[in-house]
Write a protein that binds this ligand. Structure first.
Ligand SMILES: [Zn+2]
Length: 93
């Protein structure tokens, strides 16, 4: 079983894995045969723009911030990505 990488992400590979898991989570918010809701559609559009750069450091391709950028984190929050994040894990005190 693959685990969601813990923030802050160590490298570009972890950033890409985090992005894939968040995208998969958003895609699975609806059940089969249900139409895509506006909320899910908008979250998917945001993730289509704010993804890690393909090469180099783990930076957002759209806004250039370190990945995950603020927009991506807000998307994970709004999509209720089931990851326990605490301030301590973020490296803050
Ligand atoms: Zn971004």
């Amino acid at each position: 079983m693959t685990q969601v990488p813990v923030l802050p992400l160590a490298d570009a590979e972890s950033a890409m894995r985090f992005h894939r898991m968040l995208t998969l989570h958003v895609a699975r918010l609806k059940h089969r045969a249900e139409p895509v809701g506006l909320h899910q559609f908008l979250l998917g559009q945001v993730l289509g723009l704010h993804h890690p750069e393909r090469e180099g450091a783990a930076q957002c391709a759209d806004c250039g911030q370190r990945y995950p950028c603020g927009t991506t984190l807000l998307t994970a929050l709004l999509a209720r990505l089931p990851v326990r994040w605490t301030r301590r894990r973020w490296g803050e005190r």
